[in-house]
Design a binder for this molecule. Structure first.
Ligand code: NAD
Length: 362
């Protein structure tokens, strides 16, 4: 296969982890006889410095001309630093929202897997995770509260502000279908999360999900209110296979699901458009505190590459090989500092990347 992959390394540890992921793609290309052409473009602080725009049109054009996009992370230090004083639309985070909406990336897939070898990093009681965690949260990414009408006005009680959660049937149906199709490929259990006891948008959401369910009779559909869903992830995460939900609920629940696996350095994600186009990125940010020290765990980005191979390029065997290499590294006791238990020896970003490449080539 011949494929073009846009690379947006971004800021701080972004370029470090993307560099290792590109080496992994190189090993896959060599072993399986593919040609991957890479084109790099600036995003985030790097793009602000070069072009005074966190997501320049030229970068979006590079993404549009590719089969898939691999993003590192964008953003500067959380406090202080010159990028925190920029107006909202110039901030690196605004660039990410522009990227997602410009490319029509409406389905965000966040797997949360607890690797057996990393069970000691899990913050939940041992009895709760005895059977592991292997779930995927599907979050609607381009609608709802984050994109609805908003405003502020003066009232007799002082200033008031509002955001609006709006969904139409088309938006709900297409994300529901992603949920059912994903469940079909896994354990055929889909949990819809909403707040239909309170919100009108949730009542429409649920009725559309139930209508779409008729097209997927082999998938067992259940419903949870979002507050209970958050509690259930902490109490019994094993009950979940695939979860589908709207934008803000998904923002929160995918972080909870990721957090219970214990390691932000291990969490990949995919944001998909219609068809096969998608953007792949680790869940973590640019981690300025560890940048340039060979400390970043590249596995979240490498696991994102596995998702890229599977969803955008249709290369399942190659995706399996990348995931198997990550599993092998963990089984052999290789750990970066963030996932090393007390007293365990840690290796660096470069060494972990090289190990994955070697396992793929073996
Ligand atoms: P962060 O994820 O960058 O870091 C949180 C903590 O996790 C830090 O202690 C960091 O050292 C550690 N960490 C993160 N990734 C790691 C890795 N691969 N290996 C080892 N340790 C890792 O979150 P933050 O500190 O809140 O944010 C830093 C910057 O990243 C901010 O500008 C924020 O806006 C941005 N951010 C970007 C994205 C994105 O690009 N999608 C996501 C989240 C945060």
């Amino acid at each position: 296969m011949n494929a073009k992959i846009a690379l947006l390394p971004g800021d701080y540890i972004g370029p470090e982890v993307v560099a290792e992921a590109v080496k992994v793609l190189g090993a896959v290309a060599q072993k399986y006889g593919h040609t991957f052409n890479f084109e790099e473009a600036p995003a985030g602080c790097t793009a602000i410095e070069l072009l005074e725009d966190p997501m320049p049109e030229s970068t979006l054009d590079v993404c549009r001309s590719a089969d898939a996009v691999l993003l590192g992370a964008v953003g500067g230090p959380v406090s202080g630093g010159k990028f925190n004083n920029l107006p909202g639309h110039m901030r690196p985070e605004a660039g990410l929202l522009k990227l997602r909406s410009s490319l029509g990336l409406y389905a965000n897939l966040r797997p949360a897997v607890l690797f057996d070898e990393l069970k000691n990093a899990c913050p939940l009681a041992e009895r709760v995770v005895a059977d592991g965690i292997d779930m995927i949260v599907i979050r609607e990414l381009t609608g709802g509260l984050y994109f609805g009408p908003r405003g502020r006005k003066q009232t007799e009680f002082g200033e008031s502000a509002w955001d609006t959660m709006i969904y139409n049937e088309m938006e709900i149906e297409r994300i529901a279908r992603v949920g059912f199709k994903t469940a079909q490929l896994r354990n055929k259990k889909l949990c819809n999360v909403d707040k239909a006891n309170v919100l009108e948008s949730s009542r429409l959401w649920r009725s559309v999900v139930e209508r779409v369910a008729k097209d997927y009779p082999e998938v067992e559909l259940s419903h949870l209110y979002v507050d209970n869903a958050a509690m259930q992830i902490a109490l019994n995460p094993k009950q979940f296979d695939v979860m589908v939900t709207e934008n803000m609920f998904g923002d929160i629940l995918s972080d909870i699901a990721g957090a219970v696996t214990g390691s932000i350095g291990m969490l990949p994600s995919a944001s998909l458009a219609d068809g096969t186009f998608g953007l792949y990125e680790p869940v973590h940010g640019s981690a300025p505190d560890i940048a340039g020290k060979n400390l970043a765990n590249p596995l979240a980005t490498i696991l994102s590459v596995a998702m890229l191979l599977r969803f955008s390029l249709g290369l399942s065997a190659e995706a399996d090989a990348v995931e198997a290499a990550v599993q092998q590294a963990l089984t052999c006791g290789l750990r970066t500092a963030d996932i090393a238990a007390k007293g365990e020896k840690a290796i660096g970003t470069l060494e972990m990347g090289k190990a994955i490449v070697d396992y793929i080539r073996a």
